[in-house]
Design a protein around this ligand. Structure first.
Ligand code: ADP
Length: 267
């Protein structure tokens, strides 16, 4: 069982720092000869007991478009979460770095990759809760994979977990999440629409100049993000479908994947 925590600290080698996240510093590392990413957890940043049980569930989630959790090391502090290493870093930075050079086929392919990972989560009744380009990573082969699924539940920071908090991802959240914290695969679909907008905006921030409060007001008034210049009409229609007020009026990920894939075929 994971009670003893599957992964031995002596098998794990930490190398250079590659980033910093909600829980703490992230390192490149080596585990059993394999390049890995090691997320260290700062004291007090995570609800560790609850995570321990969930880590076992998360380890069973396995799909080529999900960033794989290889193991957790809880025997000593700081706790380490070990993931497959993603050479090209987070999707937002990747998009910004390649601005002006990515073809529409590539942008569509990124959306297809993410929707494939999300179809898998949806079919396992697993809710991501914080889907956004910053929580997707790009592999050495330029595939985009979904990361950090379900992790939002273990964050111990009111600024992040309360919809009034300064770190709450309001600009990616469905109305029912902002209002009642009602998470579902359909609220993930809303976030996916925003992620599609980020992809087609080459990594721009949604509602860049507006405050969270302005955004909530506008969403309630029925306003939505505008079509990015690189997004064809049929792609923008899918985004708008994701942002329907009623969750039941939004598509499933299975349907989104089907429609996105059919747009590749017609090119
Ligand atoms: P958070 O917990 O805030 O979501 P992230 O998961 O975004 O933190 O991690 C912070 C940064 O660490 C990322 O932007 C990325 O640069 C790097 N990183 C995280 N996971 C990996 C990984 N599996 N492979 C390579 N780099 C990673």
């Amino acid at each position: 069982s994971l009670g003893k925590c599957d992964l031995h600290p002596e098998e794990l080698e930490l190398m250079e720092e590659v980033g910093s996240g909600q829980f703490g510093l992230v390192y490149q590392g080596k585990w059993n000869g394999q390049k890995v990413a090691v997320k260290t957890v700062r004291e007090g940043a995570m609800s560790e007991e609850e995570f321990k049980d969930e880590a076992m569930v998360m380890k069973t989630l396995s799909h080529s478009k999900l960033v794989k959790l290889l193991g957790v090391c809880m025997q000593r502090k700081p706790i380490c979460l070990v993931f497959e290493f993603m050479e090209n870093g987070c999707l937002t930075d990747y998009l910004r770095g390649k601005r002006g050079t990515l073809s529409k086929d590539t942008l569509l392919g990124m959306c297809v990759d993410v929707s494939e990972g999300m179809v898998y989560l949806e079919s396992n009744n697993y809710i991501h809760r914080d889907l956004a380009a910053r929580n997707c990573l790009v592999s050495i082969n330029m595939e985009v994979k979904v990361s950090d699924f379900g992790m939002a539940r273990f964050v111990l920071d009111d600024q992040y977990t309360s919809s009034q908090g300064s770190k709450f991802p309001v600009k990616w959240s469905a109305l029912e999440v902002i209002q009642y914290l009602k998470f579902s695969s359909k609220s993930d679909v809303w976030s996916f629409g925003v992620l599609m907008w980020e992809v087609y905006s080459e990594g721009r921030l949604p509602y860049e100049t507006q405050t969270n409060q302005d955004v909530v007001q506008q969403l309630n008034d029925g306003m939505r993000l505008l079509r990015p210049r690189l997004a064809p009409d049929d792609v923008y229609q899918l985004m708008q479908w994701c942002w329907k007020e009623k969750p039941e009026d939004r598509p499933t990920f299975a349907l989104l994947l089907h429609d996105l894939a059919s747009l590749i075929d017609t090119k």
